[in-house]
Design a protein around this ligand. Structure first.
Ligand code: SOE
Length: 385
């Protein structure tokens, strides 16, 4: 049977534009889906650069004005891969135009902005998803399966970190392409919204909702030259952020993130300790899941390192190569597109939806608030639809 076309209009061509384009280009080669994903158009302000990107990734056409892209009737899905301050305006306009939307994380600059985005997609009844890609690393998906099967029993602890070291130099400017993450007026926040948001999305998925948090943040480099103005300006992002949390299921958590952990480039790890077992995952070893099962016979009991590459037993793996050959970072994006399309095919939308992204924004809001008040802060909970 002929597949339905799913015509993508991508906005933005940075690091994430590439990761998404690769996923769109690959997904039908490996997954059996009811839709054929098509690289229809890419949009960015610089016509020459966007033309180069379109040629490289084989997009059929280009736009330099995102409103024109959204108005086109040969586009089914708007994919927002722009800096954070543009997500809301674009997503709300796309929803009003009846487009499906994929949006980079974090969903909004903050909870109130993300609420408007959720209201827009739910009013328009358009499919929507946020690119929290780490859920779709097969080892992380396997962790979800093991938890849902009850193998860990009651959960006591959740521990997550996301450590980088790329902003230590005071000479690094803020603002502009590649460096907008250092400019709070564009990013919304520093590591809290950029890195901890990943940890929080995974945690909410694996361990349920968070009730309250107490946090501390620090801005180590107080002023930096702004790439766009050339002036030395105050830095308003959090360079480092750490918080304690209490989950609805009674478990306790610690979360830590920084861009000042010399030697660490993208060290995202989480560990979960339950009554019957524990799990540990490390992005630098992303195809492995460490699992401790207390039910194992005493003499051989210990942490096992599962190489998540078994065609039959492990999530997503059977779609790729032969057993034992591992998958990497880019596959998590391919899996996310596959699940989005399968959600369209089946009518059962895959997460994280905008609503799920809002739940993460509520936690990051509470973290930033607590860092200011130096008190425990309640996390706003999602209202029922
Ligand atoms: C920041 O360096 C960054 O690129 C984040 O923005 C991504 O979301 C994360 O996956 C890797 O690090």
């Amino acid at each position: 049977m002929a597949k339905k076309p799913l015509r993508i209009g991508l906005i933005g061509y940075g690091f994430m534009g590439r990761a998404h384009s690769n996923a769109f280009a690959q997904v039908n080669h490996f997954f059996d889906l009811g839709h054929q994903v098509q690289l229809q158009a890419v949009c960015a302000r610089n016509a020459e650069a966007v033309k180069g990107f379109a040629d490289r990734w084989q997009y059929k056409s280009i736009e330099t004005d995102w409103r024109k892209l959204i108005a086109r009737d040969d586009i089914d899905v708007i994919d927002i891969a722009t800096p954070n301050n543009l997500h809301a305006e674009m997503a709300i306009a796309a929803a009003k135009a009846g487009k499906m939307i994929l949006c980079e994380k974090p969903l909004g600059m903050n909870g109130p902005e993300a609420e408007k985005m959720v209201a827009a997609v739910e009013k328009a009844k358009v499919a929507n998803m946020v690119w929290y890609n780490y859920r779709r690393c097969p080892a992380v998906t396997l962790a979800k399966q093991l938890i849902d099967e009850g193998r860990l029993g009651r959960i006591f602890h959740y521990r997550a970190k996301f450590l980088q070291d790329w902003t230590i130099s005071p000479e690094l400017p803020q603002g502009g392409a590649g460096l907008w993450r250092l400019d709070a007026s564009v990013s919304g926040s520093g590591v809290t919204g950029d890195l901890l948001a990943h940890c929080i999305d995974t945690a909410l998925w694996l361990n349920g909702g968070i009730q309250e948090v107490t946090a501390m943040t620090e801005t180590f480099i107080k002023e930096r030259k702004h790439s766009l103005t050339g002036k030395v300006q105050k830095v308003s992002i959090d360079d480092a952020s750490a918080f304690l949390a209490r989950f609805n299921n009674g478990s306790l958590a610690t979360f830590e993130s920084t861009r000042y952990a010399r030697g660490h480039k993208a060290l995202y790890t989480f560990e979960i300790n339950g009554e019957n077992g524990s799990l540990f995952w490390d992005l630098h070893d992303l195809h492995r899941l460490q699992y401790f099962d207390h039910k194992d016979e005493g003499a051989v009991r210990g942490w096992r390192s599962i190489h998540v590459s078994d065609n039959g037993a492990h999530p997503y793996v059977g779609k790729w190569w032969v057993p034992g050959l591992q998958l990497g970072y880019e596959h998590s994006f391919v899996h996310q597109v596959a699940d989005f399309v399968e959600g369209l095919d089946s009518g059962k939308p895959a997460g994280p939806t905008f609503r799920d992204g809002l739940a993460t924004d509520y936690v990051t809001d509470a973290v930033l608030k607590s860092a200011g008040t130096r008190r425990w802060e309640k996390v706003k909970q999602l209202k029922n639809k």
